[in-house]
Design a protein around this ligand. Sequence first.
Ligand code: HSE
Length: 331
Amino acid sequence: MNGYRDLRVALLGCGSVGAQTARLILEHGDELAARIGARLSLAGIAVRDVDAKRDVELPRELFTTDAERLVQGADIVVELMGGIEPARGLILQALQGGADVVTANKALIAAHGPELSDAAEQVGAQLSYEAAVAAAIPILRPLRESLAGDHVTRVLGIVNGSTNYILDRMDRFGDSAEDAMRVASELGYLEADPTLDVEGYDAAQKATILASIAFHTEVPVDSVYREGIANITAAQVEAAKSAGYVIKLLAIAERLTSSDGVDGVSARVYPALIRRDHPLAAVYGGKNAVFVEAEAAGELMFYGAGAGGAETASAVLGDLVSAARRHVIGG
Ligand code: HSE
């Protein structure tokens, strides 16, 4: 159609992000083809249960339970299953087969990013994961590409939307921790295992990914100091408010330079007191914001939706289009 060649896209997973990604590929097909110079052809969607209810109505014939088979012959594999296995094995299979890979899987990238990047490098494939940190907010590509010539010294911000929502309700509406958590859960903001959000694991995974890219070095997730919001009480939030502060769960990664010139990285996640006049104090609800400090660029701030099906799918599509363009240029 329209003389464009097809690029076979294999989608692994069809939760809210997967369903929105499939919708955007199908609905924006012509526009994307014109932009890329090739058509993104959705070869299939691998799921555990073909008949499960989805957020978006999609052609039934796209669904398969055979993820390995779907990956074979794909030009680009989009992994949105989450978790470590089988996602890791399927991504390695895809890369070894020469496909480019797009993923939103923060837990996997935080734990196995270097292994997967090496596998991609060995075959000249592209592995991209913009959606893994702060969903719709473009932050990994700016760090990796736009700031590639600068010297980033610090990255800090609010990278977990559900805990920000909980703390914000406690601060602005006087909710108890339990009530705020219940509303966040009802709105579907929390991970299936809420401990990942509340105890700061999710933010620590994102801090690892941010730090590794910002400082061009491997920052293992277990090197990140982590303290969640589970022990924050309404009384503490109120006391902070009376003193002119708001409590926010921050992820901070800093470049350390010792007197002998050896660089290191400090990464930490903890509930911090933010002055009311600081821009991060005005990051309400489930929104995210990331500050970047770089030697020449100075201070930069990135703000927007850090979660949500369509919002996360926007970042996935950005990576997908970038991978597709590589295929077109590569011939
Ligand atoms: N549970 C995550 C959050 C979802 O609250 O930010 C997006 O990564």
